[in-house]
Design a protein around this ligand. Structure first.
Ligand code: NAD
Length: 343
């Protein structure tokens, strides 16, 4: 049987991006060497350094290259904050490729401090509308208005995506909103979740207000399976979920649409650590694992997961944030070697 060749766009980004992406490529090469998967990497420029070269953080050349690939592995990228500078490259990619579902798993890993040993949840954030529509204006000096756009169509789409995910997991779903205050916008989202829930009678459903959800995530993180919510609430809750299992060094996110997927670590470019070969590559390796899963390469994805878990469990090769002294590249090589020994 011939193996599918997956063309992957690899955007190393800037700051610590190239270091964590290199460590991840070492891991993906190790998976390829087992013969389980066939990948071709197409590298592209994007991020802060691209601004000097192309005048934009997402050059057309890179977008065209991405269109010829099945998925993208994206390193972190610095977003300049001065007025008039380009918006975040990740946000542009999400809208260009209609990546409507932002999927962020948070689960307890060995030797990584977590609130509870049994956490295994996924926060699904609607990625295309809500308060991130970017429609803001100053009505009179000192009075600003931001438009929160919520549609039945996008709410139903994200609800269905999340229920499908719950069906593959522990069949529990919490939907999160603030419809008691935002009766129209959050009301549309809430009603869409309740209506879609009727199509999935096997899924246990919990209806939570955002403030209560923020508290329950700390009080009983192990009780959550899939959480679905709107854009801003999801941005905040997914960082909180990452904190319950050890923070930025291990947290990854998938941005999924009907025809494309973009995978990235949750953390940013951590400029102060650039070039030190010091930060934790596990978040980016975890992003690559999510990408393999999305590509249907479940055996390869599971091998990456087993190898990462085994290296963390041994606790010998750990970066500074996990209490060790290993370099970024050491951690990548240790996981790559574990893949070779497990296969
Ligand atoms: P950051 O995530 O880059 O770093 C915050 C701190 O977290 C670091 O100083 C470090 O102590 C720790 N950290 C981050 N990644 C780590 C890793 N892999 N291993 C160990 N420790 C790690 O957040 P920031 O300083 O707020 O942002 C820096 C830049 O990154 C900004 O320009 C921001 O816009 C950008 N950013 C980009 C993305 C993205 O590309 N998706 C996401 C978040 C932030």
């Amino acid at each position: 049987m011939t193996m599918t060749l997956h063309k992957i766009a690899v955007l190393p980004g800037d700051g610590i991006g190239p270091e964590v992406v290199d460590a991840t490529i070492a891991v993906m090469d190790a998976v390829q060497n087992t013969g389980l998967v066939h990948l071709e990497y197409l590298k592209g420029d994007a991020g802060y350094d691209a601004i000097k070269k192309y005048g934009t953080n997402l050059p057309d050349k890179t977008v065209e290259m991405m269109k010829g690939t099945a998925a993208c592995l994206k390193g972190p990228m610095t977003t300049p904050e001065e007025p008039g500078t380009p918006r975040s490259a990740a946000v542009t990619m999400r809208s260009l490729f209609n990546l409507y579902a932002n999927v962020r798993p948070a689960r307890t890993l060995p030797n990584v401090t977590a609130l509870n040993p049994g956490i295994d949840m996924i926060v699904v954030r609607e990625n295309t509308e809500g308060l991130y529509s970017g429609k803001e204006f100053e009505v009179t000096p000192g009075v600003g208005v931001a438009m929160k756009i919520i549609t039945r169509k996008a709410s139903e789409r994200i609800a269905r995506f999340s229920f499908d995910l719950a069906m593959k997991r522990r069949k529990k779903l919490a939907f999160v909103h603030k419809a008691n205050i935002l009766k129209i916008t959050d009301g549309i989202f809430k009603q869409a979740c309740l209506d879609v829930a009727k199509e999935y009678p096997g899924v246990e459903v919990e209806d939570l207000h955002i403030d209560a959800a923020a508290m329950q995530l700390i009080r009983r993180p192990e009780s959550f399976d899939v959480i679905v919510t709107m854009n801003l609430y999801g941005d905040i809750l997914s960082d909180e979920a990452a904190a319950t299992v050890g923070g930025l060094g291990v947290a990854a996110g998938a941005n999924i649409g009907d025809n494309y997927g973009m995978f990235e670590p949750v953390h940013g470019s951590a400029p102060k650590y650039t070039g030190q070969n010091k930060v934790n590559p596990v978040a980016t390796i975890e992003a690559a694992r999510l990408m393999l899963d999305y590509l249907g390469e479940t055996k390869a994805a599971s091998l990456v997961e087993k190898a990462t878990t085994a290296v963390l469990k041994e606790g010998k090769v750990m970066t500074y944030d996990l209490g060790g002294k290993a370099k970024t590249s050491d951690m990548g090589e240790a996981i790559a070697a574990k893949i070779a020994s497990l296969k």
